[in-house]
Write a protein that binds this ligand. Structure first.
Ligand SMILES: [Zn+2]
Length: 386
């Protein structure tokens, strides 16, 4: 197995709990990659030799981002809806139906090439692990093929048939479809099941029924909850002990306490609030209560069409009072935990060699230099891909 040693790393973020501080910084560091794995991490002066040598030139290296929430399988765009929103129209869940019509009309090849383009776009910005949801098919055939397309790009696929009730459809009949034939067709391609639990989408009781049906098919649950209004979604996630509940913008004290007690990760998606001009979730309140917080892009054509985790980090630091270390940790190690993965998001021997080289001396520049494309090298499972 051929080995590569990267030396001259001015600042290495390991996220290794065995090292000091939240992000386990090592300065003047080196990393050895063997095959798809990290073989060695430590001071450059002690680095073993390897077949290939890369000099980072004093720049920073971080774990690849783990984007635990995205909706990449769709067709069309909603730029006009965005423009209307920016001139005063509110965001509602109903816009999803526009994308559903475009997605149903697209061929498998069109959907696949569109996802491929977005995955490359993400990689250029440092994302090496991505979760991808269905949710713009909303028919048995279109949900199953959306997940089959997603599965070409990631193991972390999520069935989101319960995204919104399609136009001219009875809600109860639709839940019966989602928990019946649609789930049967989707389950072979999915690892997770998700529900948009929100006014205008699905109620807590409907979400509970969908998650229970998914569990019976071996799919683990996650939820979109408390994005636009207060509601019972976060409490349901905590009660069911879900790994993660996403959005968490409108939280009562009871919601925060339940998250803290259950250990359910709150995945915050600040690109959505940025793009919909809504109030940001209170990350500080969650962190101070001991809740684990992840950051993800929620890349989708409606409420947030950014694929940039660095933008989310900058927003989390600037607008949500997370420290730069908390934000980076949330977008790597905690994102991995939100997908029930411990082999990514961390740079330590035995972990997957997903590394990002920044054109900056410190990871602090991710928030300090918002909007600047700092990612200058990416290794994915040990292979240089940028
Ligand atoms: Zn979402």
């Amino acid at each position: 197995m051929s080995a590569t040693v990267i030396t001259g790393i001015g600042e290495l973020v390991t996220n290794d709990p065995a090292r000091e501080g939240l992000v386990g910084l090592v300065t003047d560091a080196a990393v050895v990659i063997e095959g798809s794995r990290v073989a060695w991490v430590g001071p450059a002066a002690e680095a073993p030799t390897a077949d290939t040598h890369v000099d980072a030139g004093g720049r920073a290296v971080i774990p690849g981002f783990v984007d635990s929430h995205s909706h990449l399988v769709f067709a069309g765009d909603r730029a006009a809806e965005f423009a209307a929103r920016m001139t005063g129209e509110p965001y509602t869940a109903g816009g999803i139906r526009t994308t559903v019509a475009a997605t149903r009309a697209a061929t498998d090849e069109q959907l696949t090439s569109h996802v491929a383009r977005l995955v490359v776009e993400m990689r250029r910005q440092g994302t090496t692990t991505v979760e991808i949801k269905s949710g713009y098919g909303l028919s048995v055939v279109d949900e199953a093929r959306s997940l089959a397309v997603a599965r070409l790009f990631t193991d972390a696929t999520t069935f989101l048939g319960a995204h919104v009730v399609p136009a001219d459809t009875d809600p109860d009949a639709y839940v019966a479809l989602v928990t019946g034939p649609m789930l049967d067709a989707a389950a072979p391609h999915a690892r997770w099941i998700d529900v948009f639990c929100e006014e205008g989408a699905f109620s807590v009781d409907q979400a509970r029924a969908v998650l229970a049906a998914g569990a019976a098919h071996g799919l683990r649950g996650r939820l979109h909850a408390n994005q636009l209004t207060y509601g019972g979604g976060v409490l349901l996630a905590a009660e069911l002990g879900l790994v993660a509940v996403d959005h968490c913008t409108f939280l009562s004290d009871a919601d925060v306490e339940a998250l803290s007690d259950s250990g359910t990760i709150a995945t915050l998606l600040p690109g959505v609030e940025f793009s919909t001009r809504q109030p940001y979730p209170d990350a500080r309140r969650l962190l101070d209560a001991g809740v684990r917080v992840a950051l993800a892009s929620d890349c989708n054509p409606g409420s947030c069409f950014t694929s940039s985790v660095p933008l989310c980090i900058a927003l989390a630091v600037r607008e949500m009072r997370m420290s730069p270390a908390e934000a980076l940790h949330a977008a790597t190690a905690v994102g991995a935990a939100a997908l029930d993965r411990d082999d990514v998001g961390v740079l330590a021997p035995g972990k997957q060699a997903d590394l990002v080289l920044l054109d900056a001396p410190s990871y602090l520049h991710l928030a300090y230099r918002p909007g600047v494309p700092l990612v200058t090298g990416v290794w994915q499972a040990g292979r240089p891909v940028l």
